[in-house]
Design a binder for this molecule. Structure first.
Ligand SMILES: C[S@@+](CC[C@H](N)C(=O)[O-])C[C@H]1O[C@@H](n2cnc3c(N)ncnc32)[C@H](O)[C@@H]1O
Length: 460
């Protein structure tokens, strides 16, 4: 294990200092809804045997991500010296117990990676089976999950093994997944997230016990239900300005909701559809959703999205760009004149955000251009910069620009253009702030107009 942050000075009045840390904890306790006495017990989740039913909310380990028991030893040996007489049960062992820990570390299995993975996967399944047994019927089980569908798996034909294992275990244990709630849990300045598109949120998987008499359906039924239900669910997520980096994961909820509602989804050959295939289909539907949104764009922007997908801001031969432009019923010359393209000496390329004109056109707006202008204003002048633009537009075009930012994020992320993806992600995350600042500007403008009318009346 290597540390990815420096130790803080505990005497300092900043993050990591003793006083601020106590303050954070006090704030959490103050906001807790219940005030009854809490109880903590230490037990192995795979073998715990309790009577009664429980409200279960859990943040499970993830493969070999962090070997908690090894990490805990670092502190344990010192705490044991001072606290053994206070908590004799907790400090019974010389080191932290390791055998039961659900973690896929090969070195605990003489270097055997497969054995370590099986240990983890079987253990997680066993744990979820137990949860299913004890879970209260009226309150859903919530599982915190903060891992991205991995980079190399982001191709729509593949899906992440981490998600797959977790979902399979939950479904196999007898749960249906009824939702995936994005939740902001990590602090923004966390080292891992600095300068990357790390998830802004954890995803909470919401699970309920599947009805014992759940139906069997066919692949076609599954896809049809998915088409009906995924679109409104995605629309809602986008309307709430969910960060683009979180959208694909959040789509898994409503998608898996359809899949796991059935006891089985049958493939054409009669075999059961795997979670992996279901995830692939959900990702494909997500793609369709975005492509459909293209249809709502103006033809110039559609051309820009095409050019961007193929060449980003790089040079293209005039002939190639011309063919693409004609296909979208627009022209390279027109878009060069409008400040969207560079087109000289047989070379064409999209103008970068720094090069696009600052003036915001009022007629026949090109949403691509507006998206670039908003993204640049945010980068350069922060929320106020972007809000100034929005405040002067009285149509739904800024909303279309935000929708395009989602689409451009997806393209950039798939292509591995980290800086680009980051820029569009930032625009969407800042959207609620941009909107409220824009409303403020509009109110100020109205006041100023009324004042000047008032002046005119007085001077009459
Ligand atoms: C992702 S962490 C949860 C961290 C926690 N939310 C926090 O903020 O401290 C997963 C936790 O599962 C615990 N764990 C691993 N195997 C377990 C088992 N068999 N039974 C109970 N807990 C286990 C690990 O020790 C670790 O604390």
């Amino acid at each position: 294990m290597t540390w990815d942050y420096p130790e803080a000075n505990i005497l300092a009045n900043s993050v990591g200092g003793f006083v601020p840390v106590v303050h954070y904890i006090a704030q959490c306790i103050e906001t807790l809804p219940a005030h009854n006495k809490g109880i903590a017990i230490q037990a192995d989740a795979q073998s715990i045997d309790e009577t009664g039913d429980f409200v279960i909310s859990t943040d499970p380990p993830y493969y070999d991500n962090i070997v908690y028991a090894d990490l805990a030893d670092f502190f344990y040996i010192w705490m044991r010296k001072s606290l053994k007489s206070v908590f004799p049960d907790l400090f019974r062992t010389l080191l932290v117990p390791k055998v039961e820990e659900l973690v896929a570390t090969a070195y605990r299995f003489d270097g055997d990676v497969k054995k370590a993975q099986h240990f983890f996967e079987d253990g997680m399944l066993e744990t979820f089976i137990r949860m299913n047994k004890y879970a209260n019927e009226t309150v859903p089980v919530t599982v915190y999950y903060a891992y991205k569908q991995s980079e190399d798996d982001s191709d729509s034909n593949l899906s992440s093994t981490g998600w797959e294992t977790m979902l399979s275990a939950i479904i196999q244990a007898g749960f249906s997944i009824t939702g995936t709630w994005p939740l902001r849990t990590e602090q923004g300045y966390r080292m891992i997230s600095t300068g990357t598109n790390a998830l802004a949120s954890s995803i909470v998987l919401v699970c309920r016990k599947r009805a014992v008499n759940a139906q069997v359906c066919t692949r076609r039924d599954f896809i049809n239900a998915l088409k009906r239900e995924l679109k409104p669910a995605l629309g809602k997520l986008q309307a709430s300005s969910i960060a683009p980096v979180d959208l694909a994961q959040s789509a898994i909820g409503p998608g898996m909701g359809v899949y796991s509602r059935f006891s089985k989804v049958l493939e054409a050959d009669g075999t059961s559809m795997s979670v992996r295939s279901a995830l692939q289909i959900i990702n494909q539907e997500l793609d369709h959703y975005f492509t459909e949104q293209d249809g709502e764009l103006d033809r110039d922007s559609r051309f820009c999205v095409d050019l961007y997908t193929q060449f980003a801001f790089n040079d293209v031969k005039f002939g190639e760009a011309d063919v693409l432009a004609r296909a979208k019923n627009t022209s390279v010359e027109k878009l060069a004149a409008r400040g969207v393209l560079y087109a000289q000496k047989g070379v064409v390329r999209l103008l970068t955000r720094e090069e696009t004109p600052e003036t915001i056109e009022t007629k026949e707006r090109i949403i691509w251009l507006l998206t670039q202008q908003l993204t640049r204003a945010l980068e350069k002048d922060g929320v106020a910069g972007a809000a100034k633009i929005v405040a002067n537009i009285f149509t739904s075009e800024p909303e279309h620009a935000k929708a395009l930012a989602y689409r451009l994020f997806t393209i950039a992320e798939r292509k591995g253009w980290a800086g680009e993806a980051y820029a569009y992600n930032s625009l969407v995350i800042a959207w609620p702030d941009i909107q409220s600042k824009a409303a403020e500007f509009q109110a100020q403008l109205k006041n100023a107009e009324q004042m000047s009318l008032f002046d005119v009346e007085i001077n009459k």
